[in-house]
Write a protein that binds this ligand. Structure first.
Ligand code: AMP
Ligand code: ZN
Length: 140
């Protein structure tokens, strides 16, 4: 498969790997947005968050928790933003699910996750929206 992250897993391209277990691997981002920016990926290829199966998501986030602790300690960070860009519209460029761990430092000038986007959506009809989303659970 022509996937850059699968090639890191197979060892075909190098990476600064900080953690590896049977199901996950974590490495330093090649274009970090903060010192210690790390990505955690499942060894099995899934394109998006919705594609990943339940056991794999449990394994992945178990690894994310450990990696986040080590990254914060190892960098001396004061906190971190942890999340994923899910699908192209959300900024996903590498179509192999990966969780970003972005260390944060007091006074670093960055914002919270909510600062990624604010289109000031109308909040007049949140009950309607709530029902629309709840209805979709029946189709999952
Ligand atoms: P995303 O926009 O969520 O798909 O982010 C993909 C991330 O992968 C970016 O932050 C890239 O800098 C990072 N990345 C791409 N190629 C590599 C690579 N070969 N080694 C490490 N990180 C990479
Ligand atoms: Zn892949």
């Amino acid at each position: 498969m022509d996937c850059i992250f699968c090639k890191i897993i197979s060892g075909d391209i190098p990476a600064k790997i900080v953690y590896e277990d049977a199901t996950s691997i974590a490495f330093l981002d090649i274009t970090p947005c903060a010192k210690g920016h790390t990505v955690v990926i499942p060894k099995k290829h899934y394109d998006t968050f919705q594609d990943i199966d339940e056991n794999a998501v449990r394994d992945l986030f178990t690894s994310v928790k450990m990696v986040a602790k080590a990254v914060e300690k190892g960098t001396g960070a004061d906190g971190s933003n942890i999340g994923l860009n899910n699908k192209k519209a959300a900024g996903q460029e590498v179509p192999h699910i990966h969780i970003h761990i972005i260390p944060r430092y007091e006074g670093d000038g960055g914002g919270a996750i909510q600062s990624i986007i604010n289109t000031h959506p109308n909040t007049d009809n949140l009950d309607d929206l709530k029902e629309k989303i709840k209805y979709c659970f029946k189709k999952i």
